[in-house]
Each structure stands twice: as structure tokens, then as C-alpha cells.
Design a protein around this ligand. Structure first.
Ligand code: ATP
Ligand code: MG
Length: 395
């Protein structure tokens, strides 16, 4: 029965020019999300509100599912829009609405009228009382409860009159594209897809870099990362996934450096390469799925040693999260089942039995001097042979 949805967003934080940018980005992201839904839709802005109008038949649940991925949306209200043709017609429309939406009338209600257009002849108090009375007259079983009603019936007098009584919670956050772009280091694990989701929630668009180590990591492991990127892109929009062949760099570090320092040195080279692609793609920072103390390479000392090679800021949205909290989000965004598929990760193959947990930056830098200019050539080759896969949620 609904032909329109009223989209609510956090209005308080956005003022002046930012408000326009926020609304522009939000309408763009809503249009993008609805591309994968059967049917024709129009997304329009009107007097500080965003409406989605269905121009054809559509599936209600599919629309809600698509909108639930759009950051910036606080609430989704299926709404009936009617022309202002006087109070009697409005009362009829409101009664018809209640009848259709609530077939069982053993409920309590309260009318919450709002007059956004001050030339309407009745004020909101008068409307509340008059509409409440009409509803009581129409349905003998129904009751008013002004403190804790089952149904809060909102009637807003705008250019058209908006009638609605349900608000489905949106994902919150900021529309993607309002806060620049970052480069996500995306592995096939649980953490980095969640990190990508978290940063996108704050309005940041993302590109991604994955370090692939064939034949130590299989095509299937790469496919898993592609699948995870698709899941993240349902929220973040399109992602350019850079697949770097990291094998020769890993083997060379393995040959030259102390094995207990391997993970840290490898991670430093990953950051350098990711930063190269970040700069090339106008990203303002790097993003990883690290959290303090989770593994040897994520102690404060290890993070400091990894960080030391980066010029761009490194964002770690999961830094203070426990693994079970990360898993909760991973499940919520439907990534968990994919993340736990058992395909080897390039780091697990070269891990030492006893990796350093408190690396000293000077020591690490000294070990790296054992790598000759050959490492620069290997980095150049890795960069030159990187495959870029354009990921969108639909395909
Ligand atoms: P994840 O679950 O995200 O793989 P993890 O707990 O396995 O994380 P590490 O393997 O130490 O932790 O990796 C820490 C972070 O480094 C990851 O969250 C990711 O951002 C990045 N990273 C690790 N391996 C790769 C890889 N092969 N390609 C791209 N990024 C990686
Ligand atoms: Mg990992």
C-alpha cells in the first residue's frame, strides 16, 4: 500500500554548506542502493526531507533491506502522502490509513500532528484532538493512550500531508563520500572487512589492497577476499581492489632477515605498497583491522614499528575491540561465514614459531639493511603487476 518512504537523517550535526553536501551524498547513495532492487524509484529532496517514491510495483522487504545499507539514514518511515483538500478529507484519509495498517483495532493510539506549513487553518493541538475524535468514532474498539500508545500516528502538514506510524531503524553514520576516501588493507580474515565497514560508516569511501602470495595462497583465497570486498561494498559503494603479488618480496625477506622479525618486516612492506596505491588514488589514510594485543604483530611496539614506515595516517577502527565484539559486527554485516572459510592467508605461511612481540624499531631497521636494492626492484615489479578489480555489490 505504500508508494513512498520518508527518510530521516541526523539533522542536528549538519549545518550550512555541509547540510547540502550531506543531503546530496545521501540521495546519491540511496539511488545507488536501489539500483539492485526490482522496480522503478525516484529519490527526491523536499524542504529538508528525503523521499523515496516507488513508480512501479516493488517488494517492500527488498526496499527496506537495500536502505538498511545506506549510512546516514537514521530512520525509514513508510508514508502515505495525500493532497490537502480540507479537514474532512484528511480525516477520511487518516481513518482509511488506520483501517488498512491496523486490521485489529484492539490497540491504543495517539495522534502526533505537526504543522510545518503555518497557513494551515488548524494548529497541531487542534488537529490532534479533532483527528483523535474521528478515529475513536470510526472504530469503537480502539482507545487513546497519550503516555504509552501502541501506535503513534504522525500527521505532518507539509506541501502534501504525510501520514505515517512506523519508523524502521536505519544504520546511522554519515553518507559515504562526505569524508573523503581511504585505502583498506583487506585480508581474508574477520577483522579487516569489519574495519572497512566501520570507516565507511563515518562517510569514508574505500579502495582496498590485498597481498596475494601464489602458490602459497590459492586462487580460492583470493576469491574469498573478492567476496568479502563485495560484502563491504554493499555499505561502502564500489571498491577498487588492488591484488598485489607479494610472493617474491616475502621469499626475499625470508631469505635475508631473522625469521622472528619476518612478520613485522613483511607488514612494513605491505604498508609501503598500500600507501603507494593510496596516494595514487587520492586516499587520505590507510585502514587496517588491527586491535591492540590481538597477536604478536599487534602489540603497541609492533604497531609502532609498522606505523613508522607510513606517511599517511593509519586508521585502526577496531583498536579497542575484543575479538568477540568484532565477530558480532562481522555477523551483523553478513561477512562472518565468508571470513571463516578455511583458506590460507599469506601471513600464516611464513610465521615464525616465536615471533618478536616487542620489536625495537632500530633493530628492525638494522635487519632491513640486509635487503639490497633488490627489494626496491621487487616492490616496483609488485606494483607494476598489480591487478585492479572493480568491485560492486551487484555482480
Ligand atoms: P584479519 O582478520 O583482518 O586478517 P588478523 O587478525 O588476521 O586480521 P593480521 O594478520 O595481523 O591480523 O593482520 C592485521 C591487519 O593487516 C589486517 O586486519 C589487515 O588490515 C592487514 N593484512 C594482513 N594480511 C593482509 C593481506 N594478506 N592483505 C592485505 N592486508 C592484510
Ligand atoms: Mg589475517
Amino acid at each position: 500500500m505504500y508508494k513512498s518512504f520518508l527518510i530521516k537523517y541526523g539533522e542536528i550535526a549538519i549545518k550550512g554548506k555541509n547540510r547540502y553536501l550531506f543531503e546530496e551524498a545521501l540521495t546519491g547513495q540511496i539511488r545507488y542502493a536501489l539500483r539492485s532492487v526490482d522496480g522503478e524509484f525516484e529519490v527526491r529532496r523536499l524542504q529538508g526531507r528525503i523521499y523515496v517514491d516507488a513508480l512501479s510495483e516493488y517488494d517492500y522487504d527488498e526496499v527496506l533491506e537495500a536502505l538498511s545499507h545506506v549510512f546516514g539514514i537514521v530512520g525509514i518511515c513508510p508514508v502515505v502522502l495525500v493532497e490537502d483538500e480540507g479537514f474532512d478529507k484528511l480525516a477520511e484519509d487518516v481513518i482509511a490509513y488506520m483501517d488498512k495498517v491496523y486490521p485489529d483495532k484492539h490497540i491504543t493510539f495517539k495522534v502526533n500532528a505537526r504543522r510545518a506549513r503555518k497557513n494551515y487553518p488548524m494548529d497541531s493541538m487542534e488537529l490532534n484532538a479533532a483527528l483523535g475524535e474521528k478515529i475513536l468514532d470510526a472504530f469503537p474498539e480502539i482507545k487513546v493512550d497519550v503516555h504509552n500508545p501502541d501506535v503513534l500516528l504522525c500527521v505532518e502538514i507539509r506541501e502534501k500531508i504525510n501520514i505515517y506510524s512506523t519508523e524502521i531503524k536505519g544504520p546511522g553514520g554519515m553518507p559515504v563520500g562526505t569524508n573523503g576516501k581511504a585505502m583498506l588493507l583487506l585480508s581474508g580474515g574477520i577483522d579487516s572487512p569489519v574495519a572497512g565497514y566501520m570507516i565507511a560508516k563515518r562517510g569514508v569511501a574505500i579502495d582496498a589492497t590485498y597481498f596475494h602470495a601464489p602458490p602459497y595462497t590459492s586462487e580460492r583465497a583470493k576469491q574469498k577476499v573478492v567476496d568479502l570486498a563485495k560484502i563491504v561494498s554493499k555499505y561502502s559503494g564500489p571498491i577498487n581492489l588492488h591484488v598485489v603479488n607479494f610472493t617474491d618480496i616475502q621469499l626475499y625477506i625470508y631469505e635475508k632477515c631473522p625469521h622472528e622479525e619476518l612478520t613485522i618486516i613483511m607488514r612494513r612492506y605491505m604498508m609501503k605498497i598500500a600507501e603507494h596505491f593510496a596516494n595514487e588514488n587520492h586516499c587520505l589514510g590507510l585502514v587496517t583491522g588491527e586491535s591492540i594485543g590481538q597477536v604478536a604483530s599487534q602489540t603497541m611496539q609492533s604497531l609502532a614499528a609498522t606505523n613508522a614506515v607510513c606517511t599517511l595516517p593509519v586508521y585502526r577502527p577496531l583498536i579497542g575491540f575484543d575479538k568477540n565484539e568484532i565477530i558480532d559486527i562481522s555477523e551483523k554485516i553478513d561477512a562472518y561465514e565468508t571470513s571463516i572459510q578455511p583458506f590460507e592467508d599469506c601471513c600464516t605461511i611464513f610465521v615464525a614459531k616465536h615471533p618478536v612481540t616487542k620489536p625495537n624499531l632500530k633493530v628492525i631497521e638494522r635487519s632491513e639493511t640486509k635487503l639490497s636494492e633488490k627489494i626496491d626492484e621487487l616492490m616496483k615489479t609488485a606494483i607494476d603487476t598489480t591487478e585492479v578489480i572493480h568491485i560492486t555489490a551487484e555482480d
